[in-house]
Design a protein around this ligand. Structure first.
Ligand SMILES: CC(C)(COP(=O)(O)OP(=O)(O)OC[C@H]1O[C@@H](n2cnc3c(N)ncnc32)[C@H](O)[C@@H]1OP(=O)(O)O)[C@@H](O)C(=O)NCCC(=O)NCCS
Length: 388
């Protein structure tokens, strides 16, 4: 028979509270008790006690300080970092760390963070189990990270999960199978979400790419043009319209070769003419999030080109599909299973769940749905076709 789980709420008279300057000595004692190396210094504690851009919580029981958690909030990003978490050895196994971390997540979320990241020693089994249990997943590894030369796992959790309302439609998530087919994968998600008879396949992914690509994989992004995607949807029996805030060929920035520019311009001209012939509305104006939300609520699925949603280093234009919205965020399905971090972490697979319903803060949407120096903003809205 298994033993009963420890209580989830802090047991006894333990209380979670904001850290205060008077806690300094007790924090230092706790730190010395919990960590053999890489301890936070007196100076560091003092600084974090003073600053505002953090969530700093402690657990008190009577006059004793049993635990603390420190989360750093980074200005201008939705990414927060769990800097430290420790529970006094005598108070372990009572559920204090779990409760404290959940509370820290809540406060970080209320301060606007969408993701919480952390590093944990690769041999720290209790902490790794705690983080996995609370929904953190590994997305990277730092070698030789600690003073004792140990490795650190990098873990992340989306702390702003989408809570679907009753009438939210299901949009199946589909992975792109090449680095350049985010557009086709996003379109397949949109079409499959509108018509259950539509069957996405790997061949279809490549076919759509061939129909919609801006050409030139060796230079420029080689991905898909919004009008090409709108046309591909139309050919498959769906209605489509596109918003593009610029006139003229897209994605030419960074392409120096005149001959390549000429071919890309011809491709653009071809898409434009084909859209006109097919009666696909192309709005050469800014699309704002309210229009996209209204289209979504009216039953359309919406492809959005974003520049970087993870807020750390992804600079390529990238197609995603809106999967829902609430008062603070739009949510998207991202077809890219690859980690988006710096190169040394690339190749570490994310799980498909890590790519679904990713939040984009409404306040950040304008900046994230804009690409390149010429500030391209584009979206493709897909509606059920006459036969769907
Ligand atoms: C890791 C630490 C914070 C856990 O604190 P705690 O209050 O004892 O943890 P909880 O009682 O809330 O346990 C929550 C979960 O953590 C995991 N866990 C905690 N102690 C564990 C242990 N000794 N072995 C395996 N898993 C453990 C379990 O998944 C547990 O859930 P369960 O009880 O349902 O199995 C604590 O051991 C500690 O302070 N360690 C030293 C400092 C440290 O390593 N901090 C993390 C730095 S990244």
């Amino acid at each position: 028979m298994s033993s009963p789980s420890p209580a989830i709420a802090p047991a006894g008279a333990a209380q979670i509270d904001a850290a205060a300057p008077d806690d300094l000595e007790a924090l230092l004692a706790l730190e010395a008790n919990c960590f053999a190396t890489d301890r936070l210094s007196r100076r560091s504690f003092r600084r974090w006690l003073r600053r505002q851009d953090r969530v700093f919580l402690v657990v008190r029981e009577g006059s004793q300080l049993l635990a603390y958690a420190l989360v750093l909030l980074r200005r201008g990003t939705r990414l927060a970092r769990l800097y430290s978490l420790a529970v006094s050895p005598a108070a372990r196994g009572r559920g204090l760390a779990r409760e404290l971390l959940l509370r820290a997540e809540k406060e970080a979320r209320e301060a606007g963070a969408l993701y919480l990241r952390l590093e944990v020693a690769s041999d720290n089994t209790p902490a790794i189990r705690l983080y996995r249990q609370l929904g953190y997943s590994q997305f990277g590894l730092y070698h030789d990270y600690y003073e004792d030369h140990g490795d650190a796992l990098r873990m992340e959790k989306c702390i702003r999960p989408f809570e679907p309302s009753g009438d939210t439609r299901v949009i199946p998530w589909i992975a792109q199978t090449t680095p350049f087919t985010c557009g086709p994968a996003a379109l397949m998600m949109a079409m499959a979400g509108l018509d259950s008879r539509y069957t996405p396949t790997p061949l279809e992914e490549i076919e759509i790419w061939r129909e919609a690509t801006t050409i030139y994989m060796t230079s420029g992004h080689g991905g898909c043009h919004p009008l090409g995607l709108a046309l591909a949807a139309r050919r498959r029996g769906f209605r489509a319209e596109a918003w593009v805030n610029l006139e003229g060929p897209l994605f030419l920035e960074g392409v120096r070769d005149e001959e390549k520019k000429r071919v890309m311009s011809l491709a653009h001209q071809g898409f434009t003419q084909a859209c006109a012939a097919a009666g696909i509305a192309v709005h050469h104006q800014e699309v704002d999030q309210q229009q996209l939300v209204e289209a979504f609520d009216a039953g359309a699925n919406v492809l959005i080109l974003i520049s970087t949603y993870r807020l750390d280093s992804k600079k390529a234009p990238h197609w995603v599909v809106m999967s829902g919205h609430d008062d603070d965020c739009l949510y998207v399905h991202d077809p890219d299973l690859e980690d988006t971090g710096p190169p040394r972490q690339r190749g570490e697979a994310r799980s498909s769940l890590d790519c679904q319903h990713l939040p984009i803060a409404r306040a950040d949407f304008a900046a994230m749905s804009r690409f390149g120096g010429n500030r391209l903003r584009t979206a493709v809205v897909i509606y059920p076709g006459p036969s769907t």
